[in-house]
Design a binder for this molecule. Structure first.
Ligand code: DQQ
Length: 535
């Protein structure tokens, strides 16, 4: 559909056509990364949910495979919903997923590959004894879904956790114990509960090393480890996480900071992002995070263009031991294989209230590293704009400053990605990292918002950002990935050769100096697997 072709991305995973939502059961097997995803094979809007399937050698170039699972049993006839993979020590692969039954109850089902020696894992068998878990007493039958990857407890039995809600508004995650993945016992109490957060979808639960640069297997525990608990809040469609401590004997998790608990504190991504899921890449010893970028145009527009949604570039996840309060998310290093020619700009002066074009030619596919230095931060005034405000036009003493991506020459369309350091009344400085979509498109039937959140900037650090630009997707990482924003934008003018890149500084009180390295990015191939014979 040429009419909307500029809205497709060049190196983000998206289906060839039709609707996609959550990433499901990511895993690495015999040289291939597998991504499954919620997929409607018939339409560009949600419904008739199956598991789409794609494989990659490097998490960047993808080959579409035939559907892995379709709704063909009473226990998943209303949808093969979200689930997770567990790799067992003997090489078996266990897939647990939610089925929406013929009565629209949510039950948990078991599936496994028909042939483990097939690197493509083309055929999936549903366990004949499904469902393996039905909603327990006291839980609404349609608020019980998305089983996690299992972890092995010190007692030698496996556990999984499943999100739900209690008394309408308390978000919870239940824990089940199993030895064989066919029989499960619900453990007393819950892994964790947070009042007021509503239904927890797509719970993710995993260990991170306090000191170390590698990811951990989901079953890792012991000293030097914290556990991340993530929930996707159905009420607000936001992915929230918190760092805390897991007690494998009582199966309870406690947040480090109750004021930043799951659902009321940190967001995985402050932009258009949902239903994320991690997996441990046993080949490269890293934990990789996937997330779904939803559309913000209308369903009518999606039907017209014939497809909807993308996945983020997979990100590696580590604990940030410099702050002790955040995770660090960073695009997997394989994305750097798409880097083509680069341009460096050193200490470009951007005066208060000015815009500086960066002469790099077409700017639709970029990987940008930018560092900003502020001239002086002394001021005894308290800033009136104390967060992302009304976006890049909202001026304050020290910000906003940053870059304008997917902008045309006349700046009729632009998406500012920026920092806003603010003086607070207690005399401390806080920094917000923001992406402003309000002028990203001349189209008026798309949802445009100012996104962002706080980002810790330590005393010995400059302000730094990495921004991946891909036509209609902008993924922005501040301070090494402490705060991340995914933007879904619909430019109409700033497309193909007309897209430009600028620096801007809309602070009233400071000049900034910017140093950048910018790569043009190649396209990735994302296409059907070249089977020799028709399947
Ligand atoms: N999407 C799936 C559910 C999950 C929701 C259905 C989250 O399993 O809770 O497509 O986006």
């Amino acid at each position: 559909n040429a009419m909307f072709s500029w809205q497709r991305s060049a190196y983000h995973f998206q289906p060839q056509k039709n609707w996609m939502n959550d990433p499901d059961g990511p895993l690495y097997h015999k040289g291939w990364y597998h991504l499954f995803y919620q997929y409607n094979p018939d339409s560009a809007i949600w419904g008739n949910i199956t598991w789409g399937h794609a494989v990659s050698r490097d998490l960047i170039h993808w080959l579409y495979l035939p559907l892995a699972m379709v709704p063909d049993c009473w226990y998943d006839i209303n949808g093969v919903w979200t689930g997770s993979a567990t790799l067992l020590p003997d090489g078996q692969i266990v897939m647990l997923y939610t089925g929406s039954t013929n009565e629209s109850a949510q039950v948990q089902n078991l599936a496994y590959p028909a042939n483990l020696s097939d690197p493509l894992l083309l055929d999936w068998l549903k366990y004949p004894g499904n469902p393996v878990i039905v909603p327990p007493a006291g839980i609404e039958t349609d608020e019980f879904r998305d089983p996690t990857t299992a972890w092995l407890g010190p007692d030698g039995t496996w556990r999984i956790t499943i999100g739900s809600r209690f008394n309408e508004t308390i978000g919870i995650s239940l824990v089940y114990q199993t030895t064989n993945f066919t029989d499960y016992e619900l453990l007393d109490g819950v892994l964790h509960a947070v009042p007021g957060t509503g239904m927890w979808e797509c719970v993710d639960f995993y260990p991170v090393a306090i000191n170390g640069s590698v990811g951990l297997d989901t079953s890792a525990f012991g000293p030097g480890i914290k556990h991340v608990l993530k929930a996707s809040l159905d009420d607000t469609k936001v992915d929230h996480y918190a760092l805390g401590t897991y007690d494998p004997v009582t199966d309870k998790w406690t947040p480090d900071n109750p004021e930043e608990d799951v659902g009321i504190g940190l967001k995985v991504d402050y932009g258009r992002y949902y239903a994320s899921k991690t997996f441990f890449d046993q080949d490269k010893q890293r934990r990789i995070l996937w997330g779904w970028i939803n559309e913000t145009d209308t369903e009518t527009a999606d039907l017209k263009k014939g497809w909807a949604s993308l996945q983020t570039i997979p990100r590696s996840v580590l604990y940030d031991n410099k702050t002790g309060t955040h995770l660090l998310q960073w695009p997997v290093k394989e994305v750097e294989s798409l880097r083509l020619n680069s341009t460096v700009f050193e200490e470009v002066l951007v005066e208060a209230g000015s815009i500086v074009p960066l002469d790099i030619g077409p700017a639709t596919q970029l990987d940008i590293l930018a560092e900003f230095e502020i001239e002086s931060l002394e001021s005894n005034t308290t800033d009136e704009v104390s967060d992302c405000g009304d976006g890049a036009i909202d001026r304050s003493t020290f910000g906003p400053f940053g870059i304008l991506v997917i902008a045309d020459d006349s700046l009729s369309e632009l998406t500012p990605v920026f920092f806003r350091p603010v003086n607070t009344s207690d005399g401390s400085l806080k920094t917000y990292f923001c992406a402003d979509e309000t002028r990203s498109s001349k189209a008026n039937d798309v949802f445009k918002q100012v996104y962002g959140g706080k980002v810790p900037v330590l005393d010995d650090e400059n302000y730094n950002m990495r921004v991946l630009v891909d036509h209609s997707i902008v993924e922005s990482f501040a301070q090494g990935g402490r705060t991340v924003i995914s933007s879904r934008i619909y430019p109409t003018e700033a497309i193909y050769g007309a897209a430009r890149l600028f620096l801007f500084n809309n602070a009233t009180g400071v000049n900034v100096k910017a140093t950048l390295k910018i790569w043009e990015m190649n396209s990735a191939f994302i296409r059907p697997f070249p089977f020799e014979e028709p399947l």
